[in-house]
Every structure is written in C-alpha cells, then in structure tokens.
Ligand binder design. Structure first.
Ligand code: AHR
Length: 349
C-alpha cells in the first residue's frame, strides 16, 4: 500500500527522532560508565593517600642553583615509597603566592606544611590560620620574624649570621697572611633578596666582623636578588662608581658568576692571583670549581640538602616526640686548599 506523501514524511521524522534519542541514551550510558570508573579511580587515590603523610611544600622560587638543589632534596624524600604524598607549590619569589599556597594546603587538610619563606616578615595571619587548623608548619631554609614563636613548629636551615661571620673571619685571616692587615681595604657587597633571612643574616654577620676593623671600608652595597643576571647588573654599577675595589662579598654563587662576568669584562682580575678578592656563599659545584681554579677566593657553604632532616622531624612528630625549635645543617668553608677533585665528583648539586 502506498501512503500519502505527508504520512511518509511524518514516518521518516519519527524514525529520525527515535534514532537520535537512542544515540543520546547510548552516549549517556557510556559517559556514565566512564564517570563511574573515574569515581572509583578517585576513591582509590584518596584511599591510597589515606595511608600516606600528606605534606604541602611551599618553595619560594627557583632563582638559583642552590634553590634547585633544595627543591630536589625535598622531592627525593617526600615520595610514596617513603610514605608521603607531596603537594608542591613554587611561589616565584612572591610572598602573596606563598600565602595562597599555605591557605590552599590548609583547605586540602594536609598533615604538614613545609615552607621556605621568601622574606622574614608578614606571616602572622596565615601562620595563625595554620595553627587554628591544627597543621604543624616546618620552616625550611629561611626563617620568619614573628613575635609568637609558637606559630610554627620548627625550622631546618642554615645559620646565616654564622655564615656572614665566617666570611669576615676568613677575610681577616687572609689579609693578615698577605701582610695587608694594616692596609685600607675597600669592600663592596652584593646582597640577596631584600628582607630575606639569608640576606639579613649574612649581612649582619659580616658587618659584625667588619665593625672590628677600622681599616675596612664598605664602599657600596646593592641588592642582587640572588640571581646571576642581577648580580652582573649591580656589579657593573659598582664598578662604574668605585675604581678601587679590593674585595667583593657576594651573597650567593649565582650573583658571583654574574659579578665575575662584569668584573672580567671591565678588564679586572679576581681571585688568588687577581686584583680583587672574591668571597661567595653557597658552594654549589659551579662555585667550588671557581674556587679550585683560583677565580674566587673562598666559598662559604650553605647546605641545601634539608629534605632528610625534615623527614626525620616529621617521623619524630608522628611518634609524638618533642622537637627542637631550630635545626642547623652542617656547613663548611672552602678555599683552594680544600676543594679536592673527589669533593667535586661527589657534589650532587
Ligand atoms: O636562602 C638560601 C639562599 O637562597 C641561597 O644562598 C641562595 O642561593 C638562595 O637563592
């Protein structure tokens, strides 16, 4: 039987609608299945995490070779194999990013917060929030300046004041050995990130020794942000301003490499046989190689391997044990006399 054309069109449309509906149902079933699978996966991840210690790490940035080594040291230790789940955040030198990261760790209810504070001040409010949430905060590398020390649990890092003093004491001995103890000595200083405990401590430590020497004159001090580029830039300025620099104190190896470029481009020489004494901090491999080659005179070590110490502290806290307020890492002073090929081979950073 032949249907009228109107009826045939209607039948065709109904088939089309039914087909589309069936397709939608099939798609929904497939999507629902996927959702279910994803849900199951999420549940597995969560239950996996439940047996792990969750640590939120707020690193301040990646400005230097030292910083990279410091980050790697926590990444090495906070692994699933070691019983940890790490949430990592890089603040790119901005305190507000660190504050955001800490708040996000609090809302994620991490078990511990590890933070390397970019500067010393301005932490009270967010540390109070962590305390109210009952999350212990472990400071790594740099410190904070807060009235209530109970706002954080402990700190693992360097004694920056002692590092600065070591630099001053080394210079004192070196000048004496060189028969220059009575000479006027012109010094310039390249300082790290303004307001950071590394900058504040190293400056204070060096200045304490300098204050005992009326013959030492600190001609100029500039902030080089702990980076090679800024180190070069500020050294160029200092060279333009002062033609009679005897000593460069540069508060990290990255700024030192930048400063050396500026000094050598200006036709001046440095190090053991040069006309400028160079004092650096960190003692990463690149710095130590410059010491071995006699290009810089001394490198005051700042030890970035802090992950193991922090993990040990967490184990103690997990066991309900008391921990000290401060743990200093071991650090040495390197000159051409004790930088051996073996030391360079074994240096992991
Ligand atoms: O806080 C430690 C200092 O910060 C290191 O000396 C420097 O290299 C880093 O950027």
């Amino acid at each position: 039987m032949k249907f009228p054309i109107k009826y045939r069109l209607l039948k065709k449309n109904i088939n089309l609608i039914l087909g589309t509906l069936m397709l939608i149902v099939v798609l929904m079933v497939i999507l629902g299945g996927c959702q279910l699978l994803r849900g199951e996966k999420e549940q597995t991840d969560t239950s996996e995490q439940e047996n792990l210690i969750v640590v939120g790490v707020s690193q301040l940035g990646s400005e230097s070779g030292w910083r990279t080594a410091n980050t790697e040291s926590v990444q090495r230790v906070f692994t699933k194999e070691n019983g940890y789940f790490m949430v990592f955040s890089n603040a790119r030198q901005r305190q507000e990013n660190q504050i955001k990261a800490v708040r996000s760790f609090i809302s994620q209810r991490v078990d511990y917060i590890v933070m390397s504070p970019v500067v010393e001040t301005g932490w009270e409010i967010v540390l109070e929030e962590a305390r109210e949430a009952g999350i212990p905060v472990i400071l790594m590398d740099r410190g904070v300046s807060v009235r209530d020390k109970e706002l954080y649990t402990t700190q693992v890092g360097s004694d920056f004041v002692a590092e600065g003093e070591k630099a001053g004491l080394w210079l004192e001995t070196y000048l004496r050995e060189q028969g220059r103890a009575e000479d006027t000595i012109n010094i310039v200083m390249l300082k790290g990130t303004q307001g950071s405990s590394a900058q504040i401590g190293r400056t204070a430590g060096f200045n304490t020794i300098a204050s005992e020497h009326a013959e030492w004159r600190i001609l100029g001090q500039e902030y080089g942000d702990f980076t090679a580029a800024k180190g070069k830039e500020v050294m160029e300025l200092l060279l333009q301003k002062y033609s009679d620099i005897d000593v460069v104190v540069s508060q990290n190896d990255d700024m030192t490499t930048g400063a050396l470029e500026a000094i050598h481009e200006a036709g001046r020489t440095t190090g053991v046989d040069g006309d400028m004494i160079v004092i650096s901090f960190d003692a990463v491999r690149e710095g130590l190689e410059l010491v071995r080659d006699g290009v810089i005179n001394v490198d005051i070590e700042c030890n970035p391997d802090q992950g193991e110490y922090i993990s040990e502290i967490i184990s103690r806290l997990e066991a309900g044990q008391e921990v000290d307020k401060k743990y200093y890492v071991e650090e040495h002073v390197y000159t051409i006399d004790n930088v051996t090929e073996e030391l360079l081979r074994e240096r992991t950073y």
